[in-house]
Ligand binder design. Structure first.
Ligand code: GDP
Length: 298
């Protein structure tokens, strides 16, 4: 599906409201700004990004002596693009293996994302190995196995309940031996025992950097767009424990909360690198800020 279709719900709730707003008002006054603010907040753009956008639009209106509310649509679009900034592509090691650590709370779509990413990298001709380091859930290991087959990747797994850092160690040894290009590490996401989980992730990271200098090359945090502001809180939590280098925003299809992309960028300073647009192997897109904003305003 086109990004425009994926974002249908967000577009409907956000841009159609903006369009109505600029048509309904005949001047740009405080009422106008208040309504615009409300629309942004409802689209999960978040308080900080919303006030930055409103302030920027206000300044533009003043500087360019704009009187027609219809012109605000374009200003807003430009400022949203600016806020999202330059695109941040996935980083690869200069000499393989590249190690990508994937973290996130259970249910956000972490395993599916790993499967889709493996599929994508395989399509590009890279050798991929999955490390099943979410040893906490037997189902996670099975699910990863299904994706491994679908993508045509290798896997290293141990028994459920075993030491996740040991799985990672074995995976890295196997990767070196087999000439693997990319190792993708699945990790646990049980949040109720938060401190233990963060300890476990730090331990995995230590093993990775000890075994492969310069690794991990990416620490991707997977968050579910449909959870809106919760996704922001998760970025904060995991960001503190693991130096997240990029966000994967899943389930953008079927949610009206797509504005959370802007909130994460503004409040956490972490770039969105990939987006989930469905449940099929090919439903993972490299995030492009300009394309995203264009699809929203299409
Ligand atoms: P995990 O617990 O984080 O590993 O989550 P899973 O990978 O098991 O995904 C949970 C559910 O979300 C599954 O039913 C997935 O098919 C679904 N899912 C994951 N990513 C997306 C997405 O981008 N779009 C949609 N519509 N569903 C997704």
């Amino acid at each position: 599906p086109k990004l425009k279709e994926t974002l249908a719900k967000t577009r409907e709730s956000f841009v159609s409201k903006v369009t109505q707003l600029v048509r309904r008002h005949d001047k740009i006054d405080e009422d106008f700004y208040e309504e615009l603010e409300e629309i942004l907040l409802q689209a999960d753009v978040g308080v900080a990004a919303t006030s930055r956008l409103i302030d920027a639009v206000r300044a533009d209106v003043k500087k360019k002596k704009i009187g027609n509310p219809e012109d605000v649509r374009l200003l807003l679009r430009e400022r949203m693009e600016e806020l999202l900034g330059e695109n941040a592509p996935l980083q690869f090691a200069t000499a393989p293996p590249t190690v990508i650590l994937v973290v996130g709370v259970n249910g956000v779509g972490k395993t599916t994302t790993i499967g889709k990413l493996a599929y994508r990298l395989r399509q590009e001709g890279r050798r991929v190995l999955l490390a099943a380091a979410d040893t906490f859930r037997a189902a996670a290991i099975e699910q990863l196995e299904v994706w491994r087959e679908r993508a045509g990747a290798d896997i290293v797994k141990h028994q459920p309940g075993s030491d996740s850092a040991a799985v990672v160690y074995d995976a890295l040894q196997a990767a070196r031996k087999r000439g693997v290009d990319v190792v993708i590490i699945d990790t646990a996401g049980r949040l109720h025992t938060k401190t233990n989980l963060m300890e476990e992730l730090r331990k995995i990271k230590r093993v990775v950097s000890r075994e492969i200098p310069g690794a991990p090359h990416e620490v991707l945090l997977v968050v579910d767009a449909a959870t809106g502001q919760n996704a922001l809180r998760q970025a904060e939590l995991f960001g503190e424990a693991t130096d997240v280098t990029g966000i994967v925003l899943t389930k953008l299809d079927g949610t009206a909360k797509g504005g959370v992309v802007l909130a994460i960028r503004e409040e956490r300073g972490i770039p969105v690198k990939l987006i989930g647009t469905g449940e099929r192997p090919e439903d993972l897109k490299v995030f492009d800020g300009k394309e995203f904003v264009a699809a929203l305003f299409a």
